[in-house]
Design a protein around this ligand. Structure first.
Ligand SMILES: NC(=O)c1ccc[n+]([C@@H]2O[C@H](COP(=O)([O-])OP(=O)(O)OC[C@H]3O[C@@H](n4cnc5c(N)ncnc54)[C@H](OP(=O)(O)O)[C@@H]3O)[C@@H](O)[C@H]2O)c1
Length: 274
């Protein structure tokens, strides 16, 4: 009964199952998975033959006390309406859904609720899961959930009002950076005879090495720029170009993403969750 249930075996659900099992924080007898499609359930059973698979979300809820809901925000309401009537009230719901507040979930389930926002890079044990506990969450449950997510990277506790902007960085960030890597590789390929694939390998390696250098030396980005951009040199021209153009681009992009945060989970039209 103290199993961890994961509803939704999509990108996040499968990443969590793989991460929790690969890290050893849970064994196959401690996880139960439910997903809407038979194909997803079969994929999970094939990947982890001894794992618990529930035929329905209600069956999962009967077998688990910690219930991680890894479905799209617009599917949250339907799931809660389905599972809450068969819950005792002492379970702990952990929602991954972007844009669905604790208050909205607590309106359906007046027990322990936590929001957790992982990131796709947790699949390689790196990256940050943002965690925000609701008022009903006791110390034991809080530590249990933080321990689970610590097994796949870092955990940072945040206030709920900070989640949207922090999510842009920690969770959407890998997508944003991947788009920048594409642009760096594209510009390299266009300006040279290098095939795009090789330029992409160069760009990805450079970004990974730069992050490792900053992390390991503890230097600020400005320090690194000073080391590379010698006065009047090539890098200085590029850095100056970026500094002129990028703040406006980034502010515009972040504003558009924050606006989207306000509507995601509300059917895309801004209508209320309930
Ligand atoms: N992707 C990210 O980087 C990221 C990061 C942080 C947070 N999140 C949040 O994580 C959540 C999941 O995102 P995702 O990218 O994993 O989405 P996804 O790949 O579309 O997966 C969603 C899963 O939910 C399942 N599902 C839908 N309705 C269901 C139902 N009624 N009962 C059981 N399972 C149901 C689907 O099952 P079938 O495939 O079996 O139909 C699908 O596997 C979202 O709320 C998102 O906001 C995502």
């Amino acid at each position: 009964m103290d199993c961890v249930g994961i509803i939704g075996y999509g990108h996040m659900g499968s990443m969590l199952v793989n991460g929790f099992l690969a890290s050893g924080v849970l064994g196959t007898d401690e996880i139960v998975v439910a997903s809407r499609g038979q194909k997803s359930r079969d994929a999970c059973a094939a990947a982890w033959p001894r794992i618990g698979i529930a035929a329905t979300n209600r069956e999962l809820v009967r077998r688990c006390r910690t219930i991680i809901i890894a479905v799209r925000p617009q599917e949250m309401r339907e799931i809660l309406h389905e599972i809450v009537p068969v819950m005792d009230g002492d379970e702990h719901i952990v929602s991954l859904a972007a844009g669905i507040s604790l208050q909205e979930i607590e309106g359906e389930f007046p027990g322990s609720v936590t929001r957790a926002i992982p990131t796709v890079t947790s699949a390689v044990g790196q990256g940050t899961t943002l965690v925000c506990h609701g008022r009903q969450v006791g110390m034991h449950d809080a530590l249990r959930v933080e321990g689970l997510f610590s097994s796949i990277g870092n955990v940072v506790l945040v206030g709920e009002s900070d989640i949207p902007a922090a999510t842009l960085l920690s969770s959407c960030g890998p997508g944003l950076l991947a788009a920048i890597i594409e642009e760096l590789a594209g510009a390299t390929a266009r300006a040279s005879g290098l095939p795009p694939g090789r330029a992409l390998v160069l760009a990805t390696g450079m970004v990974a090495a730069t992050a490792a250098y900053l992390r390991e030396t503890g230097k600020a980005p400005g320090d690194l720029i000073g080391e590379v951009a010698t006065g009047g040199g090539v890098t200085e021209v590029g850095v100056q170009g970026f500094r002129e153009a990028l703040p406006a681009v980034f502010d515009e992009v972040f504003a558009a993403m924050l606006e989207r945060c306000d509507t995601v989970g509300k059917g895309g039209s801004g209508q209320a969750f309930k």
